[in-house]
Structure formats: structure tokens, C-alpha cells
Design a protein around this ligand. Structure first.
Ligand SMILES: [Zn+2]
Length: 242
């Protein structure tokens, strides 16, 4: 089956995980794509301290140039930094990237705090879709949902589909969910709401393709829904937002 992958990290990682080394370079990534039939993917920097993000965004832009038909580059930015808005503009207009990845726990910010209003206003004005890590605390889907409601034309992708993301999917039409690390049950629930807004994601190199593909395969949904999740929904979203 042909795959599009909505969640892939690339490049050097900060030394924040003691037992695994998530650093991964472009050649290895392309070999993985070839092995698992991954035609296109959203690719963005590994988590790191905010200071490193501009340099890492440069690396993503270079990788897009090398593999423009396969890689949709997303930038990373630490919204707390003074130059965050400048970097957003550079991500879009300077580097030509297609969206941003935000991790409210790694970057340590609460998305609905008024301090970040300007940041999200600019993200929306630049039409940069956001892939949000979703989980607990600052990454709760309930907090991210507030941003999605404020900017109803901006695609917001919630990574790691979980119970609270199912509610967000129901409440907001610009919310998409991504399947890395989820359970087949949550995929089944999401298909009942809208099978057109579920995207396969691997979270390479933190997770591996065989396990992440198996989660979607295990869901008791139609072949047509699986084709949409693995491939068609992504293609539709990223032809609209080019
Ligand atoms: Zn990730």
C-alpha cells in the first residue's frame, strides 16, 4: 500500500533522551521511505532547544530542495523567543517551508496564553498549517482546540490521536488527527466522525514503520477508509495548501 506520512523528524537531536539517539540524517530517511513505500511525508527538525531551530530549519529546507516531490518541509520555532515571528516569516517566505511543528511541552508554552496571540495570528496570516504534539498538560487537545476555533481556515493536525483528540475532531472542522502511537479503537471512533480528517503518522525515528502501520491495519474499518488514512487524505490536504 502507498503511504504518506504526516509525522517525521530529521536531523540532529538535543541530548535529552538518555536511552535512545533520535538523530537521523537524510540518506537514512530516504532509505526508510523507499523500504516502506512512503511516497510523501511532512518532515521537520528533531526536538532541540529553541536556539538551534533556525539552523535546523535551514537543513529541512535543503532536504526539501533535494527531494521536493517527497518531502513537505515544516519548520520549528520556539514561540517564547523574541524573534519567533521573524522566524515564522523566514520559514514561509525565506525557506519556502509549508507549515510548522509545535511541541508545547518541549517548547514549554501554553498555547492559549494571551502572550502567544500575536504568534498564532501571524501563523494564520502566513497560512502555515500546524502539526501540534498532543498529550497532557500544555499539549492537551482541549487547549489546542481553542487555537483551531479562533482560526477556522488554518489546518491544525493533532499528533498521536488520543481520546481527547476525538472530541476535537468532532468539534472543529479544521482539526485533523495523526495516528502515531495511537490505538486502533481511537481510529475506529474517528472514522465514525470524519474519515477524511485522519492522517497516518509514524513519528520516525521515535517509533518504527512496522508497528505504526500495524496500528492502522488493526483497526476494524473499511479498506476504503484505510486508503484514505494511509494516502488520500494527505494528498488532498497538501495539494490545497501548496
Ligand atoms: Zn514526533
Amino acid at each position: 500500500m502507498k503511504i504518506c506520512d504526516a509525522h517525521v523528524h530529521l536531523g540532529k537531536s538535543g541530548p535529552w533522551q538518555p536511552y535512545i539517539n533520535p538523530t537521523i540524517h537524510l540518506d537514512k530517511l530516504i532509505r526508510l521511505f523507499d523500504k516502506y513505500n512512503v511516497e510523501r511525508a511532512i518532515v521537520f527538525p528533531n526536538p532541540n532547544v529553541g536556539d538551534e531551530y533556525p539552523k535546523m530549519n535551514d537543513y529541512i529546507a535543503k532536504s526539501v530542495k533535494k527531494h521536493s516531490t517527497r518531502i513537505i518541509g515544516f519548520g520549528r520555532v520556539d514561540p517564547r523567543r523574541e524573534d519567533a515571528i521573524k522566524e515564522l516569516t523566514r520559514i514561509k517566505n525565506g525557506l519556502g517551508l509549508s507549515g510548522i511543528k509545535l511541541h508545547p511541552m518541549v517548547e514549554c508554552f501554553r498555547p492559549d496564553h494571551p502572550f502567544f496571540n500575536k504568534f498564532f495570528k501571524k501563523t494564520n496570516a502566513l497560512n502555515l498549517p500546524i502539526l501540534f504534539h498532543s498529550g497532557d498538560g500544555f499539549s492537551s487537545p482541549g487547549l489546542i482546540l481553542k487555537i483551531a476555533k479562533k482560526y477556522p481556515k488554518l489546518p491544525i493536525i493533532l499528533a498521536h490521536l488520543r481520546e481527547a483528540s476525538v472530541n476535537a475532531l468532532r468539534e472543529c472542522e479544521n482539526v485533523y488527527v495523526e495516528t502515531s502511537g495511537t490505538l486502533p479503537d481511537f481510529i475506529e471512533l474517528s472514522v465514525d466522525i470524519d474519515e477524511n480528517r485522519i492522517l497516518f503518522g509514524s513519528d520516525i525515528p521515535y517509533y518504527r514503520y512496522p508497528t505504526q502501520i500495524a496500528i492502522v491495519e488493526a483497526a476494524e474499518i473499511s479498506k476504503k477508509s484505510k486508503r484514505k488514512i494511509f494516502y488520500e487524505n494527505f494528498q488532498k490536504l497538501f495539494s490545497q495548501n501548496k
